[in-house]
Design a protein around this ligand. Structure first.
Ligand code: CUA
Length: 307
């Protein structure tokens, strides 16, 4: 089982463990008894005759009442946990989460949008789910919670994360070609980190494009390989005065113009055109599929400003 990220996850696991133990014991008694009796009462000669037995009331009452008591107990136990799971706490931190083909977008009260769900630890969080297109389902295995996100209505889900860290979020409703790729992270951070993240993200929303790019340049670790304020090379070529360069020489001797499309291609597939002196296998990872169009635009606009 995945880690138990919430208290309720522990309760669910206890009930699940109980069910497995009871099923195993019942299976052993039933199948074991059947095998034992099959061997013990095997007909040994043609003269063996089955005794005339109608029924045994005591036995019949026992094998009906004992399972009934166990089932009712499991029902009551399950009902208590389910009731806990479905009763939304008051004063919970509310986050809107929208499912769409094929990503989750969470939106916070201050307007911050994110492709991950970031929440503070030890705090009741209520997710209000909806969907843009088809039915999706928001599932956090470590929290043992799951809820459909349905177009045209709101559904809700709550949890109180007790462990810091990143937890998987899966979509568990077959929603199209990339259903299996509709994965995101639920990040549980301390209250201070959460407040900091929320204000920082809110600031980013209002930044000019190039400044947003500058931030991305840091968070995506571009800065660890590329200089931005001088012509010297780091691990990768400098970005300083790169934009607009007309005779930018590549490894194979060709010359290209460092325009928007060149930058775009080099960010997405670094190996496509490798700058002279950096081949043959460029160390830069491909960012294909990892940056949105808006992020690409921001990065390019930032590089344009490095004059
Ligand atoms: Cu969304 Cu499967």
């Amino acid at each position: 089982m995945p880690t138990q990220g919430t208290e309720i996850a522990g309760h669910v696991d206890n009930l699940y463990g109980f069910l497995i133990i009871v099923s195993t014991i019942a299976c052993a008694i039933l199948i074991g008894g059947m095998i034992y009796f099959a061997m013990k009462y095997k007909r040994k000669s043609p003269n063996d005759k089955t005794a005339y037995i109608t029924h045994d009331t005591r036995l019949e009452v026992l094998w009906s009442v004992i399972p009934l008591v166990i089932f009712l107990f499991v029902f009551a136990w399950g009902w208590v946990i389910y009731h806990d799971m479905r009763t939304m706490p008051k004063n919970a931190l509310e986050i809107h989460v929208v499912g769409k083909q094929w990503a989750w977008v969470s939106e916070y009260k201050n307007g911050v949008k994110s492709n991950e769900v970031v929440v503070p630890v030890n705090r009741d969080v209520k997710l209000i789910l909806s969907a843009d297109d088809v039915i999706h389902s928001f599932y956090v295995p470590s929290f043992r919670i799951k809820q459909d996100a349905v177009p045209g209505k709101y559904t809700a889900l709550w949890f109180r994360a007790e462990k810091l860290g990143d937890f998987h979020v899966f979509c568990t409703e077959f929603c199209g070609t990339s259903h299996a790729a509709m994965i995101t992270k639920l990040r549980v951070v301390s209250q201070e980190d959460f407040d900091k993240w929320l204000t920082e993200e809110a600031d980013v929303v209002n930044l000019p494009i190039a400044d947003r790019g500058a931030k991305l340049f840091q968070t995506r670790a571009c800065a660890s390989c590329h200089n931005v304020d001088n012509p010297a090379a780091k691990i990768g070529p400098t970005m300083y005065q790169l934009f607009g360069l007309a005779d930018h020489e590549m490894m194979d001797g060709t010359k290209v113009t460092a325009d928007e499309n060149y930058l775009r291609e080099s960010i997405l597939v670094a190996q496509a055109k490798v700058v002279k002196g950096y081949g043959p296998r460029s160390a830069m990872p491909a960012f294909q599929g990892q940056l949105s169009e808006a992020e690409l635009v921001a990065l390019i606009e930032y590089i344009k400003t490095l004059k």
